[in-house]
Design a protein around this ligand. Structure first.
Ligand code: HEM
Ligand code: HEM
Length: 226
């Protein structure tokens, strides 16, 4: 593969700006979500949770209309391609490798489940998520369990993710981290120009306004008036 430098690498990044901003914001917000829940700071926790929900939903849409290597179509491959890769056949794209593509999709799914279950959650004292009173008590209980179990699974998967990245970075000497910071790195260049970052604006508006409308429809607690 030829190596692009300077302007060429900027025009054809492996990871476009939205994907990189998404990734590093996630890295900052996940520990903040954990800390704020641990400290019972739900006025902080809910906003961190909403931001994560908007980010993940936007990343899913960006996986359809974003730049080439950010698209699911670029990195979700079938069993035959996975087997070929595992047997040393190499990856067809410079982006996520066949195993990485599925693990990234699993991470996104778990993050989505975590944020959505939070909406139906309550600390049973002062704070309830915006959709809590929409659910039956069985669903409320189930969402409480999902919120706890999925978070533990996320912690395990994120640890595996960081170990895998370190393995490729240090052992196989692939410049993964540089590419996720700068967009491209030696041996990690994109194959197509990035789409305009402005495409993200309608996505963010759609997702944020859609959630706001949904929350506005949801019922609040019923006061019995004693
Ligand atoms: C809270 C912790 C983290 C989460 C939830 C997370 C999640 C993700 C996700 C979802 C992607 C896919 C990016 C996309 O296509 O949108 C990704 C890729 C990546 N992450 Fe992380 N990440 C975390 C921590 C880290 C850390 C600490 C590092 C650096 C050591 C790192 C390095 C990378 C790299 C290099 C990629 C690109 C991998 C590739 O080339 O296939 N991540 N991560
Ligand atoms: C990806 C986003 C989120 C992450 C990573 C996250 C993480 C956590 C963690 C680690 C806990 C403590 C474990 C537990 O007791 O269940 C927790 C509890 C909680 N979270 Fe979230 N959360 C997220 C989104 C949300 C959202 C959007 C809301 C609601 C607006 C929310 C509401 C709550 C509530 C009410 C609790 C307390 C549950 C209890 O006391 O049993 N979370 N969250």
């Amino acid at each position: 593969m030829t190596s692009l430098s300077g302007k060429g690498a900027r025009r054809r990044p492996l990871w476009d700006i939205p994907t990189r901003v998404f990734h590093w914001t996630l890295v900052c917000l996940l520990p903040l979500a954990w800390w704020s829940a641990d400290q019972q700071r739900f006025e902080v926790h809910q906003w961190v949770g909403y931001t994560l929900l908007v980010l993940v939903l936007s990343r899913v849409l960006w996986g359809i209309v974003g730049s080439r290597h950010s698209r699911f179509a670029d990195f979700l491959v079938g069993p035959a391609a996975i087997t070929r890769y595992v047997q040393g056949g190499g990856a067809r794209s410079p982006g996520h490798n066949p195993l990485g593509g599925w693990s990234v999709t699993l991470l996104l799914t778990l993050l989505l489940a975590q944020a959505v279950s939070g909406l139906f959650n309550s600390d049973d004292i002062l704070f309830s998520g915006p959709l809590y009173y929409w659910a039956t008590s069985d669903i409320q209980d189930a969402m409480g369990v999902v919120h706890e179990v999925v978070f533990n699974t996320l912690l395990a998967l994120v640890s595996l993710h960081v170990i895998a990245v370190c393995y490729y970075q240090l052992h196989r000497r692939e410049k993964l981290i540089q590419a996720m910071i700068k967009g491209s790195a030696q041996g990690k260049e994109g194959l197509a120009p990035a789409v305009s970052t402005w495409r993200l604006v309608p996505i963010l508006l759609l997702v944020s306004c859609g959630l706001w409308l949904l929350f506005a429809q949801a019922p609040g607690p019923v006061y019995l008036g004693f």
